[in-house]
Each structure stands twice: as C-alpha cells, then as structure tokens.
Ligand binder design. Structure first.
Ligand code: YCP
Ligand code: CO
Length: 283
C-alpha cells in the first residue's frame, strides 16, 4: 500500500464537538458530484481564492487562504497550525460522507501537472467507515494523520448511518512529506493501522454480479454502479475491478450505447479524469 499513517493526535472532544456543530451548518459543495455515490460532498475551508464556492481543486503558486467557513473554526485552525507548516498548503477541505455513501474508486491529479501530497485526518467517524487502495481496505480513526496516495486507485466512505467527516489537506509536492510537519514529534510512521479483512468473492457471487447484464439499462446504470463500487469494501477484490465488471455487464447486454458509456466511464475515473466530458451526463 502506498497510503500510510504519518502520526496521530488527540482532539479535545468538547472543543472539537462544538466545531463539528458549526460544520454541520456550513454549505457543502457538490463540485465532485460525478465521483459521489449516495451523498459525498466537500466544504472548502482554505483554498486559492478564499471563496467557499470555488470547489474545484487547482494547482497554483502561493498559500491557501481561509474561506468564511475556515475562519470560523478556531480550534481546528490552531490544531492545524500546530501540526503542519501551512505555507506550502494549497487547500483544506472537509470531505463529508453521509451514511451509506462513498466516493467511487478513482485516481486523482489526472488533470494536473504535479498533483499534491494529500493528507486526511478524520474528525468524526465510526467502525463502519473505510478507505481503500486497490485491494486493501483500512479504517482510519479519529485523529490519525494519513497520507493518501491519490495516484493509486482509491475510494472511501461510510457504511453505517453515521456522517463521516474527514479534514483533508493538499500540500505542494515541492516539499517532502516529512517537511510538511512543523511538529516533528507528531511524525511517526510506525503506528499500528487497522486493515479490514474481507471474505473471498465466490464464483457464484461474481456470476450474479455479471448477470446484472439481464436488467441493466439507462434507467438503472447509476444504481448498478453504486452496487459495484461497494463490493470491494466487503469482499477481497481490488476496487478497480468494478470498471471491468461494468464493461462486461454492458457487453453482455449488447446495448451499444451502454458499452460505449462503460468504456469511457473507466477511462474517466482511472486515466483521464475531468480532462474528458463525464460519460454518464445523459443518464
Ligand atoms: C480532488 N478529486 O482531487 C478531487 C476530490 C475526487 C476527485 C474528489 O480534489
Ligand atoms: Co481521491
């Protein structure tokens, strides 16, 4: 796995909870709606412009500015400023996954020259919130500081009815990951992590998945995608297989329009990203 733990901090529960109450009232952006299954959204705390409506990531020189929402979170800001050198930080966001929601397996930075060092710190989570990288599924716990390698196929979400809130940072790749830390006492890659073991996906289950070819059509392709995106969290398979299953389901359906959409769908999330039009816009 390329994603790795970098350290862990203990939040002051009372102060954190009062800021989570504020976060619950903030406006969230649907900028990456195409990536969302269920309800997965972002809230811009710091970005290039300081405008909370600018929800799309951009590469730029200079440091991130707090938005109207970022400015309100005194405790979170002082915690962040204690851990990291914020000078090379390009954005701070909240990634919110409502119950039973996730971000579809994808690769990041496909539209960028360099991309970022992405770091996640869960603010609110439970034992049914997971992240994944290819064929590994892991739980990242409140206060853990994780490097998430967006170049690898990854996904994450909440599989209970709990709202999961992660604090997410994008740092310039000009700085090494170690140097992002202002407080070197916090930096520690040797902490124990929580990998999730899953049972094998039986041939019978796989053939049931592929038999979705009998019912797939433009009305339910998004529902079928939601089913496929979740399988790897519960069975020991690699997340990117969902795209090949979708292609096979569409091939077997013999629907030329769906076959074309499925091929472009894989290309969008794994190879080209937002540099090409989103293939399901007409569904
Ligand atoms: C980003 N990429 O890199 C987005 C986040 C998934 C797609 C959501 O900012
Ligand atoms: Co990502």
């Amino acid at each position: 796995m390329y994603s790795k733990i970098l350290g862990s901090i203990e939040f002051n529960e009372e102060r954190l909870n009062s800021e989570i109450d504020q976060i619950n009232k903030f406006r969230f952006s649907s900028a990456y709606k195409n990536y969302s299954v269920g309800e997965w959204k972002t809230c811009l705390l710091w970005n290039k412009t300081g405008r909370s409506n600018d929800g799309i990531s951009v590469e730029y020189s200079g440091s991130a500015q707090p938005t109207e929402f970022g400015e309100k979170l005194e405790y979170i800001n002082s915690t962040i400023n204690g851990i990291f050198n914020m000078k090379t930080c390009k954005s701070v966001r909240i990634f919110a996954a409502r119950g039973n929601s996730l971000i579809i397996p994808h690769r990041d930075y496909l539209e960028f020259k360099d991309g970022f060092h992405r770091i996640h710190i869960p603010l609110q989570t439970d034992s049914h919130s997971f992240m994944s990288e290819r064929d590994s599924v892991f739980a990242i716990r409140q206060g853990e500081i994780w490097f998430i390698d967006g170049n690898q196929v990854h996904s994450g979400g909440s599989f209970s009815n709990k709202l999961r809130l992660n604090l997410v940072f994008d740092f310039s790749t000009e700085t090494s990951i170690v140097d992002i830390f202002k407080d070197q006492k916090i930096y520690n890659e040797n902490l124990e992590i929580k990998l999730v073991q899953r049972p094998e996906l039986s041939d019978e289950k796989l053939s049931s998945i592929l038999n979705l070819s009998f019912i797939i059509d433009h009305n339910n392709i998004r529902d079928i995608i939601a089913i496929l995106a979740k399988i790897h969290f519960f069975f020991n398979v690699s997340s990117e297989l969902m795209y090949d299953w979708l292609i096979e389901i569409c091939n077997r359906s013999n629907n030329q329009k769906l076959i074309k959409a499925a091929l472009r769908f894989k290309e969008y999330f794994l190879i080209k990203g937002p540099t090409i039009p989103f293939p399901l816009d007409e569904y």
